[in-house]
Design a protein around this ligand. Structure first.
Ligand SMILES: Nc1ncnc2c1ncn2[C@@H]1O[C@H](COP(=O)(O)OP(=O)(O)OP(=O)(O)O)[C@@H](O)[C@H]1O
Length: 274
């Protein structure tokens, strides 16, 4: 079988400011249960957008619609559009793998391939998304992605050791490096620090701020201090009294925390519920 080679330029050549992601009137169901009602949100290129709100209001579901992961659940359905730099990722003829390549995801629990080497973990996503890199370029790619994920100095002397031998925080940064290797325009992060200690959390937060210059980031977090530290804008989700979740308020993080317009936002960010 012949494989198509898609030459990948060094990341720096492709480094822009990410892409703007725009969700338009997203509604989601699990079977008959409607969990999101006409949610619209623009996540601007090169910014960090934090999705906040109490448990069960649909933040993760919304995040998973942004790279077509919601449709993996057999009972799940969806209405609305998700535009990546103006093009609907759900449009007929759009390939799922293309959406996943351009819009990467980092999960709550670090999930490197534990028996695979650190080096191979970084390049693992390339094959899965049908991309190939020349052998001669691989070392540079691995170094660049690990550097951007803030892990290079800690692992450069042991790239052939298994990914599973790293600490939890290092594993999460390895997963970020793996996501970066396929040149995403957007990185979705679902509570990426909730399984980590405070020091590792700080390292990931620094990494997020550094990456934001070239990748658009959308992060779900329950940690209000974290939302305040890492994000440029916030969207506050709420599902009241058994109704589907929606966005109550969104805007610049400084305004959301300093001067929210909706009393429910104020109550939530000041820790009075949730
Ligand atoms: N796979 C699933 N099947 C059925 N219902 C689901 C599924 N995943 C989520 N739900 C339901 O969808 C609603 C929204 O859940 P979701 O996980 O998106 O909320 P969340 O705000 O991210 O919560 P948390 O902060 O606790 O992670 C909840 O009522 C939840 O029970």
């Amino acid at each position: 079988m012949t494989e198509t080679t898609i030459p990948l330029p060094p990341i720096t050549e492709d480094a822009g400011t990410g892409a703007t992601l725009e969700a338009r009137r997203i509604s989601c169901w699990f079977g008959d249960h409607k969990v999101l009602e006409r949610v619209s949100l623009t996540m601007p290129a090169g910014q960090v957008t934090a999705l906040i709100g109490p448990s069960g209001c649909g933040k993760s579901t919304f995040l998973r619609t942004l790279n077509r992961m919601h449709e993996l659940v057999p009972s799940a359905s969806l209405a609305g559009e998700v535009l990546l730099d103006g093009e609907d990722i759900y449009a007929r003829g759009r390939r799922l793998t293309e959406a996943r390549r351009r819009i990467g995801m980092v999960f709550q629990k670090p999930n490197p391939f534990p028996a695979m080497s650190i080096y191979d973990n970084v390049t693992a996503g390339l094959k899965l998304t049908g991309q190939r890199v020349r052998e001669s370029s691989k070392d540079a790619l691995v170094e660049e992605c690990l550097t951007k994920a803030g892990l290079w100095k800690e692992v450069r002397a042991r790239l052939r050791q298994p990914g599973g031998a790293l600490s939890g925080g290092q594993q999460q940064r390895l997963c970020i490096a793996r996501s970066l290797a396929v040149r995403p325009k957007v990185l979705l992060m679902d509570e990426p620090c909730s399984a980590l200690d405070p020091t590792s959390t700080r390292r990931i937060e620094e990494t997020i701020r550094e990456l934001a210059h070239e990748v658009t980031i959308v992060i779900v977090t329950h940690n209000m201090q974290q939302a305040a530290r890492v994000s440029d804008q916030c969207a506050f989700f709420l599902a009241e009294q058994g109704t589907p979740g929606g966005i109550v308020e969104h805007g610049p993080t400084t305004a959301m925390f300093g001067n929210p317009t909706d009393p429910r936002t104020a109550d939530y960010v000041e820790g009075r519920f949730g």
